[in-house]
Design a protein around this ligand. Structure first.
Ligand code: GAR
Length: 193
């Protein structure tokens, strides 16, 4: 299974997936990293892992459809069959969704449907909830609204700050994302038999 990871920022989740893909824990090849931010740290991580990177700046396209069509062309050229969004901070539009329907998943740092959108960790902290967590879900046209695949809770302790909470959440993400991708890949394999 050749997968692409989309990321806009640091890319720690992308790195966790690339690491897992070098072991038996994740039987997939990370065949492409896609970013919309030329200066994102994920670019450096991808090159360290020798994974090809597609830098596609939406500002260079007249429409979102044209931007996404360029990405779809590259995904097809690279024979990508599955997409994992990992901190890709853009809504997926119909061009990409229709080309990869049911084959795009996302990780979000809250227990959806609570705290969708930007700064989910800060939102949970401000709301003073005692439990937040991580969600992995299929992607649809909405903002963090697709069918939930799995969730893991993270407790917010009184001594936590946004910073310590973020570290706890990311630790969970780095385990949960690769293992969930492996489960999905096994399921796809069973269905294709
Ligand atoms: C992750 O915590 C991910 O859950 C979040 O962005 C972070 C990316 O970190 N995604 C969203 O908020 C999506 N709505 P990373 O670049 O270090 O993997």
């Amino acid at each position: 299974m050749r997968i692409a990871i989309f990321a806009s920022g640091s890319g720690t989740n992308a790195e966790a997936i690339m690491n897992a893909a070098k072991t038996e824990n994740l039987k997939a090849e990370v065949a492409l990293i896609v970013t919309d931010k030329p200066k994102a740290k994920v670019v450096e991580r991808a090159s360290r892992h020798n994974v090809p990177i597609l830098i596609c700046d939406p500002k260079q396209f007249e429409t979102k459809a044209a931007y996404e069509q360029e990405i779809v062309n590259e995904l097809q050229k690279n024979e990508i069959s599955f997409i994992a969004l990992a901190g890709y901070m853009r809504l997926i539009g119909p061009t990409l969704l229709n080309a990869f329907r049911g084959r795009i998943v996302n990780i979000h740092p809250s227990l959806l449907p609570s705290f969708p959108g930007l700064d989910a960790i800060g939102q949970a902290f401000q709301a003073k909830v005692k439990i937040t967590g991580v969600t992995i879900h299929y992607v649809d046209e909405g903002m963090d609204t697709g069918l939930i695949i799995t969730q893991e809770a993270v407790r917010i302790e009184v001594e936590d700050t946004v910073d310590t909470l973020q570290k706890k959440i990311q630790k969970v993400e780095h385990q949960l994302y690769p293992s969930t991708l492996q489960t999905i890949i096994e399921e796809i394999g069973r269905l294709n038999k």
